[in-house]
Design a protein around this ligand. Sequence first.
Ligand code: SF4
Length: 193
Amino acid sequence: MESQRIASLVERLGNLLRSEDRVTGSGAGLVPIHMQILRYLSACNRYSDTPAGVGEFVGATKGTTSQSINVLERKGYLKKRPDKEDGRIVHLGLTAKAERFIEKEFPPAEFADAVAGMRPGDRKRLSGLLNELLILLQRQNEGIAFGVCNTCRYFKRDGLGDTHQCGLTSEPLTEQESFMICREHEYPSEKAV
Ligand code: SF4
């Protein structure tokens, strides 16, 4: 019964956010999948900012993902750049226009106001509990977790002395990157962090 109540509440919150997305997006000529893509690219790291990463995150087909990326590029929200080592790989980055748009429109003002109206301790508890629920679901699904880098089993804090390190690629990770989401992320086997 409790799980039904929680699922219903999460669903209603999701519906409210999606409906805000439709309103905000239409003003800029964007549809909800475009907004999802922009938010994903504002949060993901350099291993994940590819069309394949975008498609996996939004759960769209290759064709839909590619069309959406092209629309966003045409409207000046995205720029493509080839990978320095492998020219076949394309990375996607937000333009300054897209960064301003995300900063201004997400979360929607009414949602932000409602959260701001909660007690600080409650906000923190809610955020922690939702995060815990997300991690549990991601672990059950055994799909791509898109977890935050510093909770990954490969993350090595201060692994290179003056900077963090990815144990999978052995490359350095900045402090900022340690808070980004990654398509290669794997949770440690025992503890969800
Ligand atoms: S430590 Fe994990 S999450 Fe971070 S970059 Fe490496 S594989 Fe991705």
